[in-house]
Design a protein around this ligand. Structure first.
Ligand SMILES: C[S@@+](CC[C@H](N)C(=O)[O-])C[C@H]1O[C@@H](n2cnc3c(N)ncnc32)[C@H](O)[C@@H]1O
Length: 291
């Protein structure tokens, strides 16, 4: 029996609200493209998959691919990517997958590190850690389960204040090109940001950064006076030669679909790095062209 007209209208309206007006203001044609690619793999180029958000954690993939491309231009064949705050490990496993794809695209090998206590959140230190959102023990890791899933990523377990202290000297990582900051707390992020104070040979001159905890609703109330955003603000005030800044116009670049995570990508600029001014642009001429 055909659906009565009012029921059909309600269904169509519900579908439109769910599919077309959910979360991101993404045009319907892109949502259809995304669904088709997820189901049938119709988009071939990895960069395009990232631009259209058809693969999981495109934010990680985009930063990893871009930093591998930068590394190649600077003459490096290997880079490191780091996730600060691993929890169950879904992000680190995705990072491993993007590392393989990045290598296939660029030939640059990506070494992945994941930092976590292994026991969940430590106790919040004060209001700047936003204790109304997080408390000790949240997000505890099942270490054996995660280790069994990981193929190559290295887990660095312990409080980041301790584990980061001699990390570079002990591990001798290839230059770090991308860091996902997802430690939630202000105090933990302050500790993690010290990675930019390590010797320049362990860092690319511009390091892509993703900050997980800066986009949310009024109940989360992310702001400049607490949490990750405060840690970044203070870091910039304390470092004359290193600045962590958002990437202006990222969401409009390269005909990509604007996504929330574009707001969460920053670049750490190491102005005194010996390679900071090394030319990388392929655009060197702008001819007038024919009449
Ligand atoms: C929200 S979870 C990370 C989620 C993960 N990135 C993902 O995408 O699935 C935050 C993690 O940060 C870790 N963490 C917070 N402060 C830390 C510190 N000082 N040292 C090490 N790990 C810390 C916690 O153990 C917790 O697992």
């Amino acid at each position: 029996m055909p659906l009565p007209l009012n029921k059909l209208a309600r269904r169509v309206r519900g579908l439109l609200q769910r599919k077309l007006f959910s979360q991101d203001p993404i045009p319907a044609r892109y949502l259809i493209l995304r669904a088709l690619d997820r189901r049938f793999g119709i988009v071939k180029a990895y960069q395009r998959k990232l631009d259209y958000g058809t693969i999981e954690r495109a934010n990680y993939g985009h930063c990893m691919l871009q930093s591998a491309m930068l590394a190649r231009k600077l003459g490096h064949s290997r880079i490191s990517c780091i996730e600060f705050g691993v929890a169950g490990g879904a992000g680190l496993v995705a990072m491993e997958r993007h590392a393989e794809a990045t290598r296939a695209e660029t030939g640059v090998e990506v070494v992945v590190f994941g930092f976590d206590t292994g026991k969940g959140m430590p106790a919040p230190e004060d209001y700047r850690d936003m204790p109304y959102l997080w408390q000790a023990g949240y997000f505890a890791m099942d270490v054996p389960k995660l280790r069994a899933r990981l193929k190559s990523a290295r887990l660095v377990l312990g409080d980041v204040t301790e584990t980061l202290r001699n990390f570079a000297e002990q591990e001798n990582p290839p230059p770090i090109g991308f860091i996902a900051f997802d430690l939630d707390y202000y105090s933990s992020t302050v500790a993690a940001l010290k990675i930019f104070e390590t010797n320049h040979r362990y860092l690319l001159p511009r390091v892509a950064c993703y900050f997980d905890d800066m986009v949310g609703d009024i109940d989360w109330a992310y702001n400049d006076f607490t949490g990750e955003l405060l840690a970044v603000k203070e870091f910039n005030a304390q470092h004359k030669d290193i600045k962590i800044a958002p990437v202006s116009g990222l969401r409009f670049s390269n005909r990509r679909i604007p996504q929330i995570w574009h707001e969460q990508i920053f670049v750490a600029h190491l102005f005194t790095h010996p390679d900071y001014g090394k030319p990388i642009s392929e655009l060197t001429q702008l001819p007038l062209g024919a009449d």
